[in-house]
Write a protein that binds this ligand. Structure first.
Ligand SMILES: [Zn+2]
Length: 159
């Protein structure tokens, strides 16, 4: 069983996030007990941004038994297809969470509410496509995004 690890789970453990630390740690230990742990270039880079030295990143990965597996052309092409789907189906208007008015920007012209929206960037798609192509499942806390754009990817949630 090969488990790809998403950045959010590793950051829960490193930062650490008191709400998710224990669940993420237990899930990582379970995944290791059941097989191999891998990460993508994208997760490596996101993770490394939390360290001051490259040696420390490497030491963390060795201690955690997590191996860097490089994306294949198939994985990269799959990322591009999912990215294209996202752009094609992205709604033209944003619904105000307060009054339901449709707006072109995350600022409601009806009730003046300024709301945040989660924009996806291509790194999200690279992580999903890498896991679907090179692993049996992705250990992540993100429930909605991967389910929408990577329907053949098995997800493993910390719980
Ligand atoms: Zn509104």
């Amino acid at each position: 069983m090969i488990t790809a690890i998403d950045t959010n789970v590793l950051l829960d453990i490193l930062i650490p996030n008191p709400q998710f630390l224990q669940k993420s740690l237990t899930a990582l230990e379970t995944a290791f007990a059941e097989g191999t742990l891998i990460l993508s270039e994208t997760v490596y880079a996101e993770l490394a941004s939390q360290f001051d030295h490259h040696d420390t990143v490497q030491a963390f990965l060795i201690d955690s038994h997590i191996q860097l597996h490089h994306a294949t052309p198939d994985a990269l092409y799959l990322a591009s297809e999912a990215w294209k789907t996202y752009h094609t189906h992205r709604p033209q208007h944003l619904t105000c969470p307060t009054c339901g008015h449709q707006n072109p920007f995350p600022h409601c012209s009806n009730c003046n509410h300024v709301f945040s929206m989660r924009q996806h960037i291509i790194s999200d798609f690279l992580i999903g496509a890498h896991a679907q192509t090179l692993a049996n499942r992705l250990l992540t806390r993100d429930r909605g995004f991967y389910r929408t754009y990577f329907t053949n990817l098995t997800l493993f949630f910390p719980q």
